[in-house]
Design a protein around this ligand. Structure first.
Ligand code: S3P
Length: 429
């Protein structure tokens, strides 16, 4: 689907963004492993999270949607059943990697596959440590890519240092660790999002987190919970940048998750000069939440690298748009993980923003942008099937001279189905 986006004068309004994708996946998967009814309020009904639900249903879990509240009939770790069908993970890396961890310890055969993009993404990072826990997993390209075949069985715990900061790998190993016959100890190079640790602790798992070291002792039954999913900061990010860069703008984004393992974009935009205020800060369902007020402001360049990268990894495409409209030269480095997301996001950002006039140079692990607000011009661009690229290009289009045609605009349905509608509602033309 193509979508034409016109430049816009200002944004005004108060709204909610899509519910958090990472937390929604985990809330249904972990609830399935508890014994009894788990409740998930404000679950994100997007393509990725619905892939997790469909896979769980194939594993014998009943999930009902009662007035927008999901009721997950958990069967306990041992109640998960051998799937009759291939588990279709669609475009969702979180579904595939987390389920690979879980199913490695279940005594049956599972086959997991995804779309063209997902079946090209690296799986060795999750398969290798699972093999050392005793799992039997087979994949294409000598075990590098899906489709994956998992013959689950008994596992033992490991003491493992993750080579890459990845919440998906960490969560997969914790899920495998629940089935293991001894303790699992994981050490992260840099902290990645910690939603799994918070949720497992709330459900009564014997989990201990000290700085970058997570220890999980198996054997504890998980207790079903009532989860309330906050708004996704990764979805709010598009409006944080658009709201900052458009003149005469005032936005209030309600109930956004501001977990520090996710909130790097707020630190970066504030350091660039953005007027972003966190109001009404509180804890909902074990996660910090705030209402975020955004007002127009000029931005200055910034360099981003090092430990902050995992705290804003999914926001780098929209941060690139902020950098394109900031004064001065900005650099992102140490972000080679962007090359193995839903698309090669470094190549996508450089080529597609380049088509809109942005002066951007590709690095192996990032990019360099010479900011110039006046240079942005509308053009025909392509999302490459990647939701975050589609929404970043939409924000660039709002700032550009002339119309922009975004090919593959339907990609927003992966994480933020209401994106185009909200944009329509708050745009002042
Ligand atoms: C996610 C972890 C991150 C992130 C992805 C969602 C998760 O991926 O980019 O969008 O829910 O655990 P990695 O674990 O590969 O860094």
């Amino acid at each position: 689907m193509e979508r034409t986006v016109k430049s816009c004068k200002a944004l005004k309004g108060e709204f909610f963004v899509a519910a958090d994708k990472s937390i929604s996946h985990r809330a249904v998967i972990f609830s399935a492993l508890a014994e009894g009814e788990g409740i998930v309020r404000n679950f994100l009904p997007s393509e990725d999270t619905l892939s997790s639900c469909a896979c769980l249903r194939n594993l014998g879990i009943n999930i009902e949607n009662k007035n927008s509240v999901l009721v997950v009939s958990g069967r306990g770790l041992h109640g998960i059943q051998e799937p009759v069908q291939v588990l279709d993970c669609g475009n969702s890396g979180t579904t595939m990697r987390l389920l690979t961890g879980l199913l490695s310890g279940r005594p049956f055969l599972s086959i997991l596959s995804g779309d063209q993009s997902l079946n090209k993404r690296p799986m060795k990072r999750v398969i290798n440590p699972l093999l050392s826990m005793g799992a039997a997993i087979f994949g294409r390209n000598h075990g590098s890519n899906a489709p994956l075949a998992i013959q689950g069985g008994s596992l033992h715990g490991i003491n493992y240092k993750l080579p890459v900061a990845s919440a998906q790998v960490k969560s997969a190993l914790l899920l495998a660790g629940l089935s293991a016959n001894s303790k699992t100890i994981l050490t992260e190079p840099v902290q990645s999002r910690d939603h799994s640790e918070r949720m497992l602790a709330a459900m009564g798992a014997d989990i201990d987190v000290k700085d970058l070291v997570i220890s999980l002792k198996p054997g504890q039954e998980l207790e079903p919970q009532e989860f309330a999913v906050p708004g996704d900061i990764s979805s709010a990010a598009f409006f944080l940048v658009a709201g900052t860069l458009l003149p005469d703008t005032e936005l209030m984004i309600r109930d956004v998750g501001i977990n520090t393992s996710r909130s790097g974009i707020i630190d970066v935009l504030q350091a660039m000069g953005a007027r972003i205020n966190l109001e009404n800060q509180r804890i909902i369902g074990g996660e910090p939440v705030a209402d975020i007020a955004v007002a127009s402001s000029d931005l200055k360049a910034i360099n981003i690298s090092g430990d902050i990268i995992p705290r804003l990894i999914d926001e780098l495409p929209i941060i690139a748009v902020a950098m394109a409209a900031a004064s001065g030269e900005s650099t992102v480095s140490g972000a080679e993980e962007l090359r193995v997301k839903e698309t090669d996001r470094i190549a996508a950002i450089c080529t597609e923003l380049g088509k809109m006039g942005v002066k951007i140079n590709e690095l192996e692990d990032g990019f360099v942008i010479k900011g110039d607000r006046e240079i942005l011009k509308g053009n025909r661009v392509n999302s490459r099937g990647d939701h975050r690229i589609a929404m970043s290009l939409a924000v660039a289009a709002l700032l550009s001279d002339g119309n922009t045609i975004i090919e593959g605009a339907e990609a927003v349905n992966i994480s933020f189905p209401a994106f185009w509608d909200i944009l329509e509602q708050i745009a002042v033309k």
